[in-house]
Design a protein around this ligand. Structure first.
Ligand SMILES: C[S@@+](CC[C@H](N)C(=O)[O-])C[C@H]1O[C@@H](n2cnc3c(N)ncnc32)[C@H](O)[C@@H]1O
Length: 285
């Protein structure tokens, strides 16, 4: 898309690129697997102090330790980490001796993960794959999807993914994931910045960020309109479905999973009223 036509700003296109999209409308361009953006994203994944593309090192250690304990992860288990990024969780899970597969859309993350498998960790496999298209059959004891990625999907994609996970798990297998809840405080906001190189491009660009709320289902949308100097425009959209406990429990039941335990997060902290996240442990029914 281009918002400069001839020597004029095409105000109609500009307006379209910043107005509230219909819920779950896709981005105009690649995000996770874009060559430049994935490089920026990898830097965030690997920063142990910042919760951005991955959680902080401290949180990852607390979560992996709780998940390992809860699921009795050991060398007899096979684990599938969906949207594994550069493998921060996979590497921890593999220390138990479990056979761990990490899959991710981002070629850059998968390459990094493969290049950094520790010597002796022959029980790890990374693969570039879209989890909505995976076709594993009763292969895994444990599947994980971490950092609220379930919330980024449309309702149809969520159902499709639950079916894929159901098929990938052995009988009695467990699906462990986290979601953002309806208790999260959200606001409709707008911000504009002019950047001389940054997250979206090494060249100069204008970034217009708008956040929107949707009520059916309750979802937060963030829309980034990125306008390059020549008027080339990309619109990137991310969503967070905000779940209530009953709602996510019903969705899991309807898709053949039984919720076994819900915590405040994947560190296993006790659920409290007003919790803004849930860490969910559900078993294949
Ligand atoms: C927020 S990051 C979390 C990464 C990792 N779980 C962690 O916590 O370190 C989301 C990851 O999911 C991946 N991803 C997004 N959609 C995907 C899909 N449809 N199939 C596979 N991976 C996907 C992205 O490339 C990214 O690495």
């Amino acid at each position: 898309m281009r918002i400069i036509k001839g020597n004029k700003i095409d105000l109609h296109s500009l307006k379209n690129s910043i107005t509230k999209p219909e819920i779950f409308k896709k981005s105009t361009d690649k995000f996770w697997d874009d060559q430049y953006i994935s490089g920026q994203m990898l830097k965030f994944h690997l920063n142990p102090e910042v919760e951005a593309a991955s959680k902080t090192k401290e949180t990852i250690e607390a979560e992996t330790s709780f998940i390992i304990k809860w699921s009795n992860m050991d060398s007899d288990k096979r684990v599938l980490d969906l949207g594994c990024g550069p493998g921060l969780y996979v590497n921890e899970f593999a220390k138990t001796g479990a056979k761990v597969t990490g899959i991710d859309l981002s070629e850059r993350s998968i390459n990094h993960a493969n290049e950094n498998i520790k010597p002796g960790h022959k029980n790890i496999m990374f693969s570039k794959m879209n989890y909505l298209h995976m076709n594993f059959k009763e292969s895994y004891d444990i599947a994980t999807l971490i950092f609220y990625d379930f919330c980024a999907l449309s309702t149809n994609e969520q159902k499709k993914l639950l079916l894929k996970i159901y098929e990938a798990l052995k009988d009695n297998g467990v699906f462990i994931f986290d979601v953002v809840t309806e208790n999260r405080k959200t606001f409709e906001t707008t911000s504009i910045s002019v950047c001389e190189g940054g997250f979206w491009s090494s060249g100069s660009y204008i970034e217009i960020v708008k956040t929107f709320m949707y009520w059916e289902p309750k979802t937060e949308g963030i829309q980034y309109t990125i306008i390059a100097e020549d008027g080339a425009t990309r619109v990137m959209r991310l969503y967070h479905r905000l779940f209530g406990l009953e709602e996510i429990t019903k969705m899991l039941n309807d898709n053949n999973f039984k919720v076994e335990k819900v915590y405040k997060n994947l560190k296993g902290e006790a659920l409290s009223e007003g919790s803004e996240t849930y860490g969910i442990f559900a078993r294949k029914a």
